[in-house]
Design a protein around this ligand. Structure first.
Ligand SMILES: NC(=O)c1ccc[n+]([C@@H]2O[C@H](COP(=O)([O-])OP(=O)(O)OC[C@H]3O[C@@H](n4cnc5c(N)ncnc54)[C@H](OP(=O)(O)O)[C@@H]3O)[C@@H](O)[C@H]2O)c1
Length: 359
């Protein structure tokens, strides 16, 4: 595989820092550009991040002296220096939509963690194991944008990265109703305990916009390409409550599911054990070997013990049992800034690279 030069837009943020760690030694991707707001532009990446570094491992040496560019003012220059960019910025939605489109129109593909374009009908929202075929909509998007190379592809919200993969292989039994409660880590808000001391020893029962995303986005992932757009699936019915809990990393979900044709517990376990997707088939560098992992122990998965399974790219599931109101209930866990954000975006970029979308 040839090496691609890439930029990280939002490199100073929580997700941007994850990108720096994941990409520093990536076999296919070489970081040549980092960019952020005008506040950071002109500084080295190390200076711009300052005391906001939130990762366990240090900032990779080969990135620390890159000069941060201005994500908005330097679009054309950045586009000329890279094959594509990863984007994770904290800005208003309409500003993000405009920024991502500006890169795409400068013929620079954008692999985005932001929510601004998730609802755009010709923008694929891809979990590479679940709906890799949605990248084929890119041709229609390029026509709309009038570009040859440029396009936008997005990741879904981090909250749903555990329960949607767990439910996906069970759809053959006709998933009817899903109720999910998520227990989400503070890094999902771009925060650490130092920067959010109110979260120590606390639970906050509200995360703005999260419940709507958790209910709506799975239907796009399970949707189909029809003509020039992705048409959302109309089922299952999903209802969600999302809570912020006092964990640094890792989103847990408690899930209740009912089916048209109720499977046995053994059938569900078989589906999880045997499930693998295109990333596993293509042996993409960031793909976990076993995507869905069931724990037999009653007290697993645990956020602290299991979030880093397979480099934080695998999903952990446990406590599958029958329910008195739904057919089954279980819990699942994924790492929100790895599988749920930067890692998921890197895997999507690997899929796009393997399929020739950056050439
Ligand atoms: N954290 C997660 O688990 C997670 C998961 C999935 C998706 N996301 C999404 O990823 C995005 C970033 O999240 P985060 O947690 O990394 O946020 P964050 O830690 O607050 O970082 C925000 C980044 O955006 C940059 N930025 C802010 N205003 C800007 C502007 N006007 N122009 C250009 N860059 C600007 C910041 O640069 P400066 O340092 O220069 O201010 C910083 O690099 C958000 O859209 C979020 O919804 C986050």
């Amino acid at each position: 595989m040839k090496k691609y030069n890439v930029g990280i837009i939002g490199a100073t943020g929580m997700v941007g820092q994850r990108f720096a760690l994941l990409l520093a030694n990536h076999p296919w991707f070489n970081v040549t550009v980092v960019a952020a707001s005008p506040r950071s532009a002109g500084k080295t990446l190390k200076e711009a991040i300052g005391n906001r570094w939130a990762m366990q491992e240090p900032l990779p040496e080969k990135l620390e002296n890159l000069i941060v560019m201005d994500a908005n003012a330097d679009v054309e220059k950045i586009a000329s220096m890279v094959d594509f960019v990863f984007c994770a910025v904290d800005m208003k939605k309409d500003e993000i939509r405009a920024l991502e489109e500006k890169y795409a129109k400068a013929e620079c593909p954008v692999v985005s963690n932001n929510s601004a374009n998730r609802g755009t009908p010709d923008v694929p929202m891809v979990v590479p194991e679940l709906n890799p075929e949605h990248i084929e909509i890119i041709e229609a998007q390029r026509k709309r944008l009038g570009t040859k190379r440029g396009f936008i592809a997005v990741k879904s919200n981090c909250s749903l990265q555990s329960y949607v993969p767990a439910i996906h292989p069970l759809r053959k039994f006709g998933v009817k109703n899903v109720l999910v409660c998520t227990y989400q880590a503070i890094s999902g808000a771009g925060k650490t305990f130092e920067r959010w001391p109110e979260m120590v020893d606390n639970v906050i029962p509200y995360i703005g916009g999260e419940e709507e995303k958790s209910e709506r986005e799975p239907l796009k992932i399970w949707g189909k390409i029809e003509g020039n757009e992705i048409v959302n699936a109309t089922s299952p019915n999903i209802t969600a409550q999302c809570l912020r809990v006092a964990c640094s990393d890792g989103h847990m979900a408690a899930v209740f599911v009912s089916f048209e044709n109720k499977p046995s517990k053994e059938e569900i376990l078989e589906c999880w054990k045997n499930f693998s997707g295109v990333p596993q088939e293509l042996k993409l560098p960031s793909a976990p070997k076993q995507f869905l992992n069931y724990f037999e122990e009653n007290d697993r998965p645990q956020t602290k013990l299991d979030r880093n399974l397979e480099g934080g790219m695998a999903i952990s599931i446990g406590r599958l049992r029958e329910d008195t109101q739904y057919d089954y209930k279980f819990v699942c866990l994924s790492h929100n800034t790895l599988r749920g954000a930067a890692g998921g975006a890197v895997l999507m970029a690997e899929l796009l690279a393997a399929k020739g979308y950056f050439d």
